[in-house]
Design a protein around this ligand. Structure first.
Ligand SMILES: C[S@@+](CC[C@H](N)C(=O)[O-])C[C@H]1O[C@@H](n2cnc3c(N)ncnc32)[C@H](O)[C@@H]1O
Length: 219
């Protein structure tokens, strides 16, 4: 019989297969995966991590903005494919978590490339200037909708807005899956997805990968 997990957006046996094909990591990324597992830190799922790496490998970005740094795992992962002289700005509002991220980034020898900015992304994003090749949203899901205009403003033409957990354990796709206390997040994520799909400036795809990912390219 096929396994069914109401929190998974694809059949668990498919996820198991995909994860089984992902080579084991080494060094700092492996250490951070183990730390995240032991300390219940939410980092990108393995298949989403692979997707991010593949996108970065295509894009070779010079400037990346990340919303939601946690312990620095996805920032370190993406930094592998930065263009020469490229940089990542990653936002984190929890001071202790930001300190752990900075220590990890320093240990990885990446302090010159990855800058962790402490603060609420909702306040920081409107103050940012310049153009980014990639913006990765992996922070406050209920606020993505309010960040969309600034993300479009900050993206270079051809730049990518990648957003994680967009299908939110399937709740986005079907009211029967929605947990009552998550209603606000679900409603706002649905608005965020629709807005991305409908904005003339963007070409957007919804992918049933990990917990759901959208990729919106600025035309
Ligand atoms: C899913 S984790 C990020 C995981 C990370 N991108 C990775 O894969 O390694 C989300 C992070 O966003 C942070 N966060 C939540 N709301 C935020 C906000 N409004 N501003 C900045 N950071 C926020 C949380 O403290 C948490 O560390």
């Amino acid at each position: 019989m096929v396994e069914y997990d109401k929190d998974a957006i694809v059949y668990p046996y498919i996820t198991s297969y995909i994860r089984g094909e992902i080579p084991e990591r080494h060094g700092i990324l492996k250490e951070l995966e183990e730390y995240a597992e032991a300390n219940s830190v939410p980092i990108v799922q393995p298949e989403t991590a692979k997707f991010l790496e593949t996108m970065m490998c295509i894009k070779r970005p010079a400037r990346i903005l990340e919303v939601g740094c946690a312990i620095g795992y996805s920032a370190i992962l993406m930094s592998q494919y930065l263009a020469d002289g490229g940089s990542i700005t990653t936002l984190e509002w929890d001071a202790q978590t930001a300190e752990i991220a900075r220590a990890n980034i320093e240990k990885a020898g990446l302090s010159d490339k990855i800058k962790v900015v402490l603060g609420d992304a909702k306040d920081i994003i409107p103050t940012l200037t310049g153009e980014y090749d990639v913006i990765f949203l992996d922070g406050p899901k209920a606020h993505y909708i309010y960040m969309l205009n600034d993300c479009i403003r900050l993206l270079k033409k051809g730049g990518m807005l990648i957003s994680d957990n967009i299908l939110y354990k399937g709740m986005i796709a079907d009211d029967e899956h929605v947990i009552r206390r998550k209603i606000t997040i679900v409603k706002r994520l649905r608005r965020f997805i629709s807005a991305q799909m409908q904005r003339d400036e963007l070409e957007t795809v919804i992918l049933p990968l990990g917990d759901g990912v959208t990729v919106a390219v600025k035309k």
